[in-house]
Ligand binder design. Structure first.
Ligand SMILES: Cc1ncc(COP(=O)(O)O)c(C=O)c1O
Length: 435
């Protein structure tokens, strides 16, 4: 607790306490060195042992060349908005390392604003989340091998069930332990992915409720097209799900938590909010789709930034980068930026970045660790300058959605493909305002 005390004396975010708690619990060398600034927490992997002094007050400019900046205040703000809009408890979907934003920052921030539930894809993610809070309810949305039943029960983690063989295996193990495993039953109402088909769901739930060893805590489905302008496919999914919920209610078997809505459905299908909504993309301030943009009050949380590390003038006819996919036409000022495809930037032509609030082109294809940029239009640029690959810089902004379009994908994939080697820098500058 020495560190937690020092953290609070220095007005750090309370979440610092969690890092130490979890590290102590594991009894491992501390893998995080934590840099703290008044409004900012930076942590990056370093070797530092439990009990060693590892709190530093070092400007990030001195230590990092490539990083992801994550505005935890924006995530908290978006969370509150979702709760107000849906008028329901919001399950924060934090799978895939909180959509790339980093669970070590995001989970404590969500707990701070009272998130009661979080959703993950895999049991390993659930166990990671559990380190941050003993109480938050965790649902594994994907398949879990029965091997993990002991751990799920011990850590109070809910698993998803959707087939009798796995359910039976879970129940057998739970009975052997003499304890019940909490489960949510998934119904496939039209996603064509995990779930018992809606026509078979009532029978499945009845059977499962009689299975000793399992405690049915929830029933849910997932929408395939709630973000589209045509509501017809989602209305059909809602109709099927309502049929299942209605039949179970008539039998007195309605589980405690019935849920269906993802971010898009929260906005487009208020009739499908049931007991709980599950929000992923909107939590991070990103649009569910072009047809379902978020209200302007939402704030994107992630920015990918790097330093300009070299600047020089190349003569006419010089090739730039692998394959010389760009050749200078005159004397050109070329900057080298310390970020590449091994950070998550796609190896495509036509990228742009921000330097000193100006948009400049990336030349040729990105390398593994670096990109080259054209700086003829930014006379004041100098090595050490911050370069924004996406996110805001002063008044200028490159939205994640624009990058996604350039990369031929969706915003979900852009943020979840940010690599592990990028330190996540957590800013808390706007946490409590605008509520
Ligand atoms: C089962 C389930 N629920 C909720 C979500 C959250 O979706 P979104 O990010 O669109 O809000 C996901 C994400 O893919 C999911 O798989």
């Amino acid at each position: 607790m020495v560190w937690a005390k020092e953290a609070s004396r220095q007005k750090c975010h309370i979440s610092l306490g969690f890092y130490f708690k979890s590290d102590r619990r594991l009894g491992q060398p501390v893998r995080w060195m934590i840099y703290n600034l008044p409004q900012r927490v930076i942590h990056k992997p370093m070797s530092c042992r439990v009990g060693e002094r590892c709190l530093y007050y070092t400007p990030m400019e001195d230590v990092l060349t490539t990083w992801l900046e994550v505005d935890l205040g924006a995530i908290q703000h978006n969370y509150r908005l979702l709760r107000t809009i849906s008028q329901r408890p919001v399950m924060a979907v934090i799978k895939a390392n909180a959509y790339g934003h980093g669970i070590s920052g995001v989970v404590p921030a969500l707990i701070h604003v009272g998130a009661p539930w979080c959703g993950v894809a895999r049991i390993e993610e659930a166990l990671d989340v559990r380190q941050f809070d003993p109480d938050i309810q965790i649902l594994v949305l994907g398949y879990t091998n029965p091997y993990w039943v002991d751990e799920a029960i011990a850590q109070g983690i809910c698993l998803t069930v959707f087939d009798p063989i796995t359910a039976e295996a879970y129940a057998t193990r739970a009975r052997a332990l003499g304890r019940a495993l909490r489960v949510h039953i998934k119904v496939d109402t039209g996603m064509g992915r995990l779930g018992v088909l809606s026509g078979e769901a009532v029978e499945f739930v009845r059977w499962l409720m009689d299975l000793r060893g399992l405690e049915v805590d929830g029933l849910y489905t997932h929408f395939a097209r709630a973000d589209e302008s045509d509501p017809t496919p989602t209305l059909e999914q809602v109709r099927r799900f309502d049929g299942v919920v209605g039949a179970l209610s008539a039998l007195g078997l309605r589980p405690r938590w019935v849920h269906a809505s993802n971010s898009a459905a929260i906005f487009n299908f208020p009739q499908a909010r049931y007991d709980l909504v599950r929000a992923g993309i909107a939590l991070y301030g990103l649009h569910p789709s072009p047809e379902t943009p978020l209200p302007a009050s939402f704030r994107p949380a992630m920015a990918l930034k790097a330093r300009l590390v070299s600047l020089k003038t190349l003569p006419p006819g010089s090739g730039v980068g692998y394959g010389h996919r760009y050749v200078t036409s005159g004397y050109e000022r070329i900057g080298v930026v310390a970020a590449g495809y091994a950070d998550g930037i796609r190896r495509v032509l036509g990228n742009e970045v921000l330097v000193r609030g100006r948009r400049v082109p990336v030349l040729g294809t990105p390398c593994m660790d670096q990109i080259m940029i054209q700086l003829d239009g930014v006379a004041q640029a100098k090595p050490g300058d911050e370069v924004v690959i996406f996110g805001r810089q002063g008044e200028a902004c490159i939205p994640v959605e624009e990058v996604a379009q350039r990369w031929g994908t969706i915003n979900y994939e852009v943020v979840t493909s940010m690599m592990a080697r990028l330190p996540r820098i957590y800013s808390e500058s706007h946490g409590e305002e605008n509520e």
